[in-house]
Design a binder for this molecule. Structure first.
Ligand code: C2E
Ligand code: MG
Ligand code: MG
Length: 740
């Protein structure tokens, strides 16, 4: 697993976790934001309400001031002493002093119908009317509504005895800034209350009172309306911590403002809840954090298991080498990496030579062990090469790929592979001794498809194996053609089996006196184009593609059917190593023998050494069934294989057949005679029969007889012929026998 994969895993993790973390954080922020917003709304509403209460409270306060003055101005006596005439003593006593001392009005002025100031009383002193001047402007504004109301009221009729006051108060008030100080100003029209005294003219005297909005007034107001830190300021300010009520002059201009610290129930609530709220948010954050952490662990596991799955999908579990899928993926990269400096790509298809034997004789564990060691060796070899790597295709087949400058470099790499895999493996199962065959494809920039490269290397490997063990073969274009013709042959072989295009011929085996002792059954394929084809050219192919089992079954049926009636001669049948290795072979043979009704004691089964060498349970079982049924066993082509003496001993073979290659050399090399003599002696000492095949000349026969050979088979004594020719020969004999 490379660094790249780990980085990819990390970025995947970030992709998965970031949104979760961001969402959690977002939700928390939203919650806090919402709380703040609600607190603000709550506070704003409360402040607005409080402002309205203060506003109406202040208006009420002004009306109360007005009410204080009403008994003084709505009074017949006041009309008499203030409007009609001006009685200073009365004015001082009942207005200036009275209103100052008891009601707190610091200023009292009288303004007559012509807006002349006739009286001024300021802070308990009778002063010159000039003191009024600063109040003139605001007074003018207040007088306007008063004069209008006075005009609307009209003349006053005296009051009927015993009834209440005849006039309603006519007043106006407002706020004014005078000499930098805010004042409450009240204007009240002097009117009779009972009507016994009439005002002097159409416009009666108006009493002006003023009172500064000072600390005392503010404190009293604040106490009544429970306002915190009430102050008077020049104008409303922008300050979220305070509330303001603008105080306006009669013309609407803002003269001053009341300012106080408003009640904020939302904020208060927030303060009260701060501790539990903080705890709750902390808890929420903790929970979210835990969830994110947990998710991180789960995501880690998911990514790890995904990486494991990926590794599994791309690697062979036994050797941990890349598998076919990864091989192709990397090959594509390597093909793209071909450059003028590394113009070639060598692909080595490596197949272990005796792996099947190890697997079959020592078991799968030994096979696995061997594969692991071989994989390690190839891996080590690849490590020293440029851009090289090894993969396992399956079974005992490996691939080594490397960039190269030329063909020789790859050839030398292949030789190193051969040498490396030839070194025996010492394992707990003993010394494992295998080698390998190697097929090589040299790929240049013109081959774009990895599968094509593998196919070429595979074809070369096939050829290497066909040449024998431990061979290195480079791919040649003719291999493709050969492969194709093999494919054609295989197809027609299959068709031949289905259409029973096979028949048997029989070659006699004679003794020294020339008497036919037996016939060997030999298979022929009647090819529609090529005529009768020798099994030597198609049996190996049939063995390879599994057709041999079907063909073998045909042979047994055919031979038993054709030869059952032959008396006095034995019949030899060839059985392939593949058949001997097939688990159901013996059972099939039993079944066919019963079907044909033959006597097994009259039949030889010819096996090659390789058929016995593969010491699998199935082979052993098949062999012992053959023996038990009474078949004789002949070791065919003796001397070409391992010629292991232990085989002769272990499997109770009945006869050995000297291979025709030795017979062919007889008379030409002294070694051949020695060898044949030794084989015959060996057979004798094991009490086995011995026959020579491929005897073509009298000279060969003479030498064989001299060596002690008893039976002979070959063109000299008879070519293979169809069954019917033999049956004709045998019939008269049987007739004679019957007569005798
Ligand atoms: P084999 O069992 O060694 O059979 C003997 C081969 O030698 C036969 O070739 C035969 O025609 C040939 N032969 C006989 N006399 C002479 C001679 O004087 N000189 C030379 N040069 N050759 C001679 P054939 O029929 O082409 O069979 C080739 C091989 O195919 C056989 O070798 C056997 O291994 C295999 N085979 C033949 N029939 C069957 C069969 O029914 N089943 C199986 N499994 N294999 C068969
Ligand atoms: Mg034979
Ligand atoms: Mg033979």
């Amino acid at each position: 697993m490379g660094e790249r994969t780990i980085l990819a895993g990390k970025s995947r993790k970030r992709q998965l976790l970031l949104p979760i973390a961001a969402m959690t954080l977002g939700a928390l922020l939203l919650l806090v934001g919402l709380a703040m917003f609600l607190v603000d709304q709550f506070d704003d509403t409360a402040v607005t309400r409080e402002q309205r209460v203060v506003e109406s409270g202040f208006a009420q306060q002004l009306r109360q001031f007005d009410a204080l003055i009403v008994p003084q101005v709505n009074w017949d006596k006041a009309v008499e002493k203030v409007d009609r005439t001006l009685d200073m003593a009365f004015a001082d006593l009942d207005f200036g002093n009275q209103l100052y001392t008891f009601d707190g009005f610091t200023h009292t002025f009288f303004v007559d119908g012509d807006e002349r100031v006739t009286y001024a009383y300021v802070y308990g002193q009778h002063l010159d009317p000039v003191q009024f001047e600063p109040f003139r402007a605001v007074t003018r504004q207040l007088l306007r509504p008063i004069r209008e109301a006075e005009a609307r009221r009209g003349p006053i009729r005296p009051h009927a005895q015993g009834k209440g006051p005849i006039t309603r108060p006519i007043q106006a008030n407002g706020i004014a800034r005078i000499n930098g100080k805010a004042y409450v100003i009240m204007a009240s029209l002097v009117q009779p209350d009972l009507g016994y005294v009439q005002p002097k003219g159409p416009r009666a005297t108006v009493v002006i009172n003023a009172m500064p909005i000072d600390r005392t007034m503010l404190n009293a107001f604040a106490a009544r309306y429970l306002l915190d830190r009430l102050d008077l300021v020049a104008a409303p300010e922008v300050n979220r911590d305070r509330a303001y009520l603008p105080l306006k002059a009669p013309d609407g201009a803002v003269v001053a403002a009341l300012s106080w610290v408003p009640r904020k129930p939302g904020t208060a609530l927030l303060h009260a809840m701060m501790m539990p709220l903080t705890a709750a948010i902390a808890l929420l954050a903790l929970v979210s954090w835990t969830i994110v952490r947990r998710s991180a662990v789960i995501v880690d596991e998911l990514i790890a298991s995904e990486m494991r799955a990926k590794h599994l999908a791309y690697h062979d579990t036994l050797t941990r080498l890349p598998n076919r899928a990864l091989l192709f993926e990397r090959l594509r990269g390597l093909l793209a990496a071909l450059s003028p400096r590394w113009p070639l790509l060598g692909m080595l298809c490596i197949d272990l030579d005796r792996f099947k034997e190890v697997n079959d004789t020592l078991g799968h564990q030994a096979g696995d062990e061997l594969l692991k060691v071989m994989a390690d060796r190839l891996r080590a070899l690849a490590r020293d090469e440029h851009h090289a790597f090894t993969a396992r295709l399956g079974g005992d087949e490996f691939v080594l790929v490397a960039l190269a400058t030329d063909r020789d470099a790859i050839d030398s790499l292949a030789q190193r592979c051969l040498a490396a895999l030839l070194t025996p493996v010492d394992s707990e199962f003993g010394r494992l001794d295998v080698g390998c065959s190697i097929g090589i494809a040299m790929i240049d920039g013109s081959v774009g498809e990895p599968s094509l490269a593998l196919r070429q290397a595979d074809l070369a490997l096939y050829r290497a194996k066909a040449r024998g063990r431990g061979c290195v073969t480079f791919y040649e274009p003719e291999m493709e053609a050969a492969f194709q013709s093999r494919r054609v042959l295989e197809t027609s072989l299959r068709a031949a089996l289905e259409s029973s295009a096979f028949h048997m011929v029989y070659q006699p085996q004679v003794d020294a006196g020339g008497t036919v002792r037996a016939y060997e059954a030999l298979l022929r394929w009647d090819h529609p184009e090529h005529g009768a084809i020798s099994p030597a050219s198609f049996i190996p192919l049939a063995e390879e593609c599994g057709l041999i089992l079907g063909i073998g079954e045909f042979v047994l049926r055919q031979v038993f059917a054709e030869t059952n009636a032959w008396a006095g001669v034995r019949v030899a049948i060839n059985v392939s190593a593949i058949q001997m290795r097939a688990p159901g072979f013996a059972a099939k043979l039993v079944q066919i023998a019963a079907w044909a009704g033959i006597d097994p004691a009259r039949y030889d089964i010819e096996l090659t050494e390789t058929a016995l060498l593969t010491d699998t349970p199935a082979t052993n079982e098949n062999f012992s069934v053959l023996k038990r049924m009474g078949f004789a066993i002949v070791l065919d082509d003796f001397g070409t294989g391992n010629s292991s003496l232990s085989l002769l001993h272990r499997f109770r073979v009945d006869k050995i057949k000297i291979d025709r290659s030795f017979v062919a050399d007889l008379g030409q090399s002294i070694e051949a005679e020695t060898l044949v003599g030794a084989i015959v002696k060996l057979a004798r000492s094991f009490h086995l029969g011995v026959i020579a095949e491929g005897v073509e000349t009298e000279a060969q026969k003479r030498l064989l007889i001299a060596a002690g050979c008893e039976e002979f088979q070959g063109f000299l004594t008879g070519r293979p012929v169809p069954a019917r020719s033999i049956a004709e020969v045998l019939r008269p004999k049987q007739g004679e026998q019957r007569r005798a």
